[in-house]
Write a protein that binds this ligand. Structure first.
Ligand code: ADP
Ligand code: MG
Length: 732
C-alpha cells in the first residue's frame, strides 16, 4: 500500500476483498473516509476500566481480561469435551468462556497469565456470567499468529485500546486493524475549519485529530482529538443554519403592516380577557416582523396553556388587515377543528363576513380538512382561492394538496417540533413571495437544541401563564406494588365527575386493527405485555370502576367526523370521561376537565407526559394527573415518572428528555443505521462548544456569506445539507 488513500478510496483497495465486503455489509462502511470517521465508542485500558462485574446479561461486549485458569470437562448430554476458560480483570470480577468440541490447541493458546480481548454476548449459567464461544485476540508475545501479534503488541503498549461499534462478523479488533492499514496511507481532506478559528480556539489539525482519535498516544491527545472533531460537527451545523438564516433574511416578502382601526383593533376590543405581558411583548415582536419586507421565521415556544393561540390569531388579523390571507396548520384534524370553533368564538361577528349580523370589515374563517364532503370542500376552496377567506385552517396537508390561495401572507404552524427548510420551500411555492412563518410549540426546547435544530429561526418565549390558572398536582400510582392505589385513582376520578368536572384516561395504544401513526413505536419486547389499548380499556372501565359514567372514545383511527363529534360532545359536557390515545396530547382545550389518569405511563416520553397533563387544570379548578405504571421502584422508567410528578417545569423535563434520547434523534436524524452528522457532539454535554461554534459561524458568515474564501468548509456544509435532504426525502 504505497499509494496514498483519500476519503473516497474504496476500502476493497485497501483492506482486501473479504474484509471490505464484511465492513460494507455489516457496518455500511465503504470508503476510507467512512472508516476513518467510524470512531471508537470507547477506549479500554489494561487492567482498568473494563469492569467485568458491571457486564449485563444479554449485552454484546468486548472485554480486556487476563486468563486465570482453564479446565476441560466432558459434556453431559453429548459426546466431546467442553473447554472452560476463566478470565478476570482488575475489578476482581471473573467471566467464564466456553468452547465446545476438542480444541487442544485453544487450551494451549489460552495459557493462564495471558491477556486478550474477548468479544461475545453475555449469558448467565448457574449464576455465573459467561461468553459462549467468544471471538478473541490475544495480546503480547507470540500469540495466535502472524496477523495479530506485532500490531496488537504495539496497540497494547499504547495503553488506550479503541473499542469500535462492531458487528458479530466484524469484531472491534478487525476494525482496528483496518483503520491502522488505512491510516498508514491516508491523506486527510483539506481542513474545513478556517485557520483563524483553529488558531483562536486552539484546535489541532484534522490529520492529527483523525489519527489520535483512533490511536491515541495519551489521554490528553485523545481529548484534543475529540474536541477538534466535535468542533467540525458543531461548526458545520452552525454555519449551515446561520447561512440559511442570513439568506432567508434577504428574500423579499410582502410587508404586512398593522392598520389602526382595522380588524385587529376590533378584535382586541372584544377580547374577553387582558393579554398577559408576555403575549403583548411577543405580539409586538411579531407585528414588527410582519411589517418587514423580508419573511419572518419565528419560533414561539410557550408552556401548554400559555395562550399561544390568541397570539397567532392576532398576527393573522394583522395580515388580513393588510389585505392578505393567513393559514394555520395543525398536526391533526381534531385540533384544526378545535381551532376553527375557538377562533369563530373569539372573532364573533368579525369572522362571519357575508352572514347576517356580521361586522362591516369582517373576514371569513374556513376549515379545509380531508373529511369535508365534496361540495363543502369545493365551496371552501373557492373562498380560499378568491381571498374571501382571510383565515384558513387545516392540517399540514394544506401545503401539499392543491389548495390555492389568493394572497397567502402568513403561515402559522401549531404544535410542531420541526418545520424544516423543505416544508418552507413547499410554502414558498404557494405564494408569489415567501410568506411569513410562525412556528409554535409547547415543548420547551433546551437552548442547545434551539441553537442546533432551530438555529435558523428567531425564538420568542411565553414564560407566563394567564392568571387564574391552577397548578396541576401529579402523582405516580404504582399499580404493581400497590393495586389498592389504582382503585383509589378511579374513585378520585368519580369524585371529580360527581363535582361536575370531566376526566381523561390515556392509553398508549389504540387496540386491534391496523396500526396508526399515532401509536408509539413498538417497544423492545422484553417479555412485557403489550401496552394497554383504548378500545380494550374503555369497555372494561364502563363495566367496572367507571360504571354509570358517560364514556367517550377518541383515537387516531376514528373517521375524522366521528373524532370531531366526540371532541364536541366532550367539550359540551355531554361526556364525563374521554378514553383516548395521545391524540389529545396537543392543544386540546376543555377547561372543565380536571383529572387525567395515564395508564402504562412509563410507555410515554417525559415531555409527552408533560404535554398530556397540560390538558387538565386549564380552568379555575385545580388539575390532577395520575401516572399509573407497573414499573418497579428504582427502575429508570420509574425514576422518569417520579421526575415528571415532582416538577412542573417543562424546561427541566426537556433537559431530562434530552438525556434519555440519543443525540442523533434530537436532530431528527436517522435511526436505521444511516450515519448521522453528529457522531461525537452531545447537545447536552457540549453546550459551551456549540455556543462558541455558533459565535464563530456568525462572524464568518458576515465576512464571507457564500464561503467563497473557504472552499473546504463550503464542501462540508454542502454534504451536510445533502444528507439532511436525503433524510427528509426518506421520511417522506
Ligand atoms: P396554548 O399555548 O397551550 O396553545 P391556548 O392558546 O390554547 O394555550 O390557551 C389556553 C387557554 O387560555 C385558552 O382557553 C385561552 O382562551 C386562555 N387564555 C389565553 N390567553 C389568556 C389570557 N391572557 N388571560 C386569560 N385566559 C387566556
Ligand atoms: Mg395550542
Amino acid at each position: 500500500m504505497t499509494e496514498p488513500s483519500t476519503v473516497d478510496t474504496p476500502l476493497k483497495k485497501l483492506v482486501g476483498d473479504k474484509t471490505a465486503k464484511a465492513l460494507a455489509a455489516h457496518l455500511d462502511l465503504h470508503t476510507a473516509g467512512d472508516l476513518v470517521y467510524h470512531f471508537p465508542r470507547r477506549y479500554d485500558e489494561r487492567g482498568e476500566h473494563t469492569d467485568i462485574r458491571s457486564l449485563d446479561v444479554g449485552e454484546q461486549v468486548t472485554v480486556l481480561a487476563q486468563v486465570q485458569r482453564t479446565a476441560v470437562r466432558p459434556m453431559r448430554q453429548r459426546r466431546g469435551n467442553l473447554l472452560e476458560v476463566t478470565v478476570g480483570d482488575a475489578s476482581g470480577g471473573s467471566l467464564t468462556l466456553t468452547f465446545f468440541g476438542n480444541q487442544a490447541w485453544r487450551e494451549r493458546e489460552l495459557r493462564p497469565g495471558r491477556w486478550g480481548l474477548f468479544a461475545g454476548k453475555v449469558t448467565e449459567f448457574r449464576g455465573k456470567r459467561q461468553l459462549n464461544g467468544p471471538e478473541y485476540v490475544l495480546l503480547g508475545e507470540g500469540g495466535d499468529g502472524e496477523v495479530a501479534a506485532s500490531d496488537e503488541i504495539e496497540e497494547f503498549a499504547g495503553a488506550l485500546i479503541p473499542v469500535y461499534p462492531a458487528a458479530a462478523a466484524v469484531p472491534t479488533w478487525v476494525i482496528a486493524r483496518c483503520v491502522r492499514v488505512v491510516l498508514d496511507t491516508f491523506t486527510p481532506p483539506d481542513d474545513p475549519l478556517p485557520d483563524g478559528v483553529r488558531a483562536s480556539r486552539k484546535l489541532v489539525g484534522l490529520g492529527t485529530a483523525l489519527t489520535e482519535i483512533h490511536r491515541p498516544s495519551s489521554k490528553e491527545a485523545l481529548h484534543r482529538a475529540r474536541r477538534r472533531l466535535k468542533w467540525d460537527e458543531a461548526f458545520a451545523v452552525q454555519v449551515t443554519l446561520v447561512q440559511r438564516k442570513h439568506r432567508a433574511a434577504d428574500w423579499p416578502a410582502k410587508a404586512r403592516e398593522a392598520h389602526p382601526g382595522g380588524l385587529l383593533d376590533a378584535f382586541d376590543a372584544r377580547l374577553p380577557y387582558e393579554l398577559t405581558d408576555g403575549q403583548r411583548d411577543v405580539g409586538v415582536e411579531i407585528a414588527g416582523d410582519l411589517a418587514n419586507p423580508h419573511p419572518m421565521h419565528r419560533l414561539l415556544q410557550g408552556e401548554v396553556g400559555s395562550g399561544k393561540t390568541v397570539v397567532a390569531l392576532r398576527a393573522m388579523l394583522q395580515v388580513v388587515d393588510a389585505g392578505g390571507q393567513a393559514a394555520l396548520l395543525a398536526p391533526t384534524e381534531v385540533l384544526a377543528a378545535q381551532h376553527h370553533r375557538g377562533m369563530l368564538d373569539l372573532l364573533g361577528p368579525l369572522g362571519r363576513a357575508g352572514e347576517l349580523g356580521s361586522a362591516e370589515n369582517a373576514t371569513r374563517v374556513e376549515l379545509v380538512t380531508g373529511s369535508l364532503g365534496a361540495a363543502a370542500r369545493r365551496r371552501a376552496l373557492g373562498e380560499v382561492a378568491s381571498g374571501a377567506a382571510g383565515i384558513v385552517l387545516g392540517t399540514h396537508a394544506l401545503l401539499y394538496e392543491g389548495v390555492d390561495f389568493a394572497d397567502l401572507g402568513l403561515v402559522v404552524v401549531d404544535e410542531q417540533h420541526r418545520f424544516g427548510v423543505e416544508q418552507r420551500d413547499a410554502l414558498r411555492a404557494k405564494a408569489d413571495q415567501p410568506p411569513h412563518v410562525l412556528v409554535m410549540t409547547a415543548t420547551p426546547i433546551p437552548r442547545t437544541v434551539a441553537m442546533t435544530v432551530y438555529g435558523d429561526l428567531e425564538v420568542s418565549t411565553l414564560s407566563q401563564l394567564p392568571r387564574g390558572r391552577s397548578p396541576i398536582a401529579s402523582h405516580v400510582v404504582p399499580a404493581a406494588e400497590k393495586p389498592a392505589y389504582l382503585d383509589r385513582a378511579w374513585r378520585r376520578l368519580r369524585e371529580e365527575v360527581t363535582a361536575g368536572h370531566q376526566a381523561y384516561v390515556v392509553c398508549p395504544r389504540i387496540g386491534d386493527g391496523p396500526t396508526s401513526d399515532e401509536e408509539p413505536p413498538p417497544e423492545d419486547d422484553n417479555g412485557r405485555r403489550p401496552p394497554l389499548a383504548v378500545t380494550e380499556v374503555a369497555p372494561l372501565l364502563a363495566e367496572g370502576p367507571l360504571h354509570g359514567l358517560r364514556i367517550g372514545v377518541l383515537h387516531g383511527r376514528l373517521p375524522a367526523d366521528e373524532k370531531d363529534a366526540v371532541m364536541r360532545s366532550f367539550a359540551a359536557g355531554d361526556l364525563d370521561v374521554l378514553v383516548a390515545t395521545t391524540v389529545i396530547e396537543v392543544g386540546v382545550d376543555v377547561p372543565n376537565a380536571t383529572v387525567m389518569i395515564v395508564l402504562d405511563a412509563d410507555r410515554f416520553g417525559v415531555s409527552q407526559l408533560h404535554q398530556l397533563r397540560g390538558r387538565v387544570g386549564r380552568g379555575a379548578a385545580a388539575g390532577l394527573c395520575l401516572l399509573v405504571s407497573e414499573a418497579a421502584e428504582g427502575s429508570s422508567a420509574r425514576e422518569r415518572l417520579d421526575a415528571v410528578a415532582s416538577t412542573s417545569d417543562g424546561f427541566t423535563l426537556a433537559e431530562l428528555d434530552l438525556e434519555q434520547r440519543r443525540e442523533g434523534d434530537v436532530l431528527g436524524a436517522t435511526q436505521s443505521g444511516h450515519r448521522s452528522h453528529l457522531r461525537l457532539l452531545s447537545l447536552r454535554r457540549d453546550a459551551d462548544l456549540i455556543r462558541d461554534a455558533r459565535a464563530e459561524a456568525i462572524t464568518l458568515i458576515e465576512e464571507d456569506p457564500d464561503l467563497t474564501g473557504n472552499p473546504a468548509l463550503a464542501a462540508s456544509v454542502a454534504a451536510l445539507v445533502d444528507e439532511e435532504r436525503a433524510e427528509y426525502l426518506e421520511k417522506g
